[in-house]
Design a protein around this ligand. Structure first.
Ligand code: ATP
Length: 291
């Protein structure tokens, strides 16, 4: 099970959304992280065969996905960013409909739909109409439809956008439970979404790979660059204008700031262990400093 991407580029008119990206993926979760416009959706749509690359190739187990499109789509599951549901259906009816559309053998269809409903934990709500679902439940239906063919490659584009914190945690746990024996590509600009489950993080910026590392390697790179200091309001404001502040807590004794900086930002600042989000800020900040 291997996805190989070679020198993949996408240009929209004059603008390069993705530039000469090369990547080799094996089972596990890849967290695709980057700000809006970094090229995440373009990359995912090209892998899902929904968008034609301007240059480059994508191979699944050595075969070009453009020439083996039909066979490739059988191992592919995709949840797009703008997944829409049909309001007249219940969750279960909707999944049966999609399974039939995807050519699922009718003898096994009901059983498979029941299985995916169970996998995403929607047994209680599966016979309720879709408009009554919360954002998180709709996204779980989205994952359920992507799992209908038990895909070896699962692509999920910004699944937690618009979910409340409890739904996000639940969705993260669900995705983490699906990593066994398949490749998952999950895009997000919220790094905590992939913190627990991703074995690899790809930071994209302006269509290029900024960093390709395991979460622990990314954390190790940020060690020695995250500080904590408690100061008064005026000093806190001053520090905020000069440094990258990753967290700020008001306390009786003053304002405690966490600061991402290669140099000690204040005489009283002490080094603290970085979070993955801070490691990400460090990686993207370093790039900004180079430009
Ligand atoms: N159909 C299109 N026509 C023109 N430009 C596009 C089109 N789709 C994307 N772009 C541009 O390509 C760049 C990459 O967009 P893309 O949607 O791939 O990024 P993204 O990282 O997924 O961002 P977001 O999180 O906002 O979806 C952006 O500058 C975007 O404006």
């Amino acid at each position: 099970m291997e996805l190989t991407i070679e020198r993949l580029s996408k240009r929209y008119k004059q603008q390069w959304a993705l530039h000469q990206l090369s990547l080799r993926l094996s089972p596990g979760m890849l967290g695709l992280v980057g700000p809006n416009g970094a090229g995440k959706t373009s990359l995912m749509r090209m892998i899902a065969t929904l968008l034609e690359p301007t240059e480059g190739t994508i191979r699944w187990n050595g075969q070009d996905i453009r020439t083996h499109g039909q066979a490739f789509r059988q191992v592919l599951g995709y949840l797009p960013q703008d997944f829409g549901v049909y309001p007249e259906f219940t969750g279960r009816q909707f999944l049966r409909y999609l399974a039939a559309m995807k050519g699922h053998p009718s003898k096994l269809l009901k059983q498979r739909v029941d299985e995916v409903v169970e996998m995403v934990n929607l047994e209680q709500e599966a016979d309720h109409k879709l408009p009554t679902y919360s954002g998180g439940m709709k996204q779980r239906i989205g994952i359920a439809q992507a799992l209908l063919n038990d895909p070896e490659l699962l692509i999920v584009d910004e699944p937690t956008a618009g979910l409340d914190p409890a739904e996000r945690v639940r969705f993260r746990t669900l995705l983490a439970s699906l990593t066994h024996n398949r490749i998952i590509i999950l895009s997000t600009h919220i790094i905590s979404d992939v913190e627990a489950a991703a074995s690899r993080l790809l930071l994209l910026q302006e269509g290029r790979i900024l960093t390709d590392a395991t979460p622990s390697a990314l954390l190790a790179r940020a060690a020695g660059s995250v500080w904590s200091v408690t100061v008064d309001q005026a000093a806190a404001l001053q520090l905020q204008t000069t440094y990258q502040v990753s967290a700020m807590v008001n306390q009786m004794s003053g304002v405690t700031l966490r600061i991402v900086s290669a140099i000690r930002p204040h005489g009283a600042a002490i080094l603290v262990d970085p979070t993955l989000e801070e490691a990400y800020l460090m990686a993207t900040g370093r790039q900004a400093a180079q430009v």
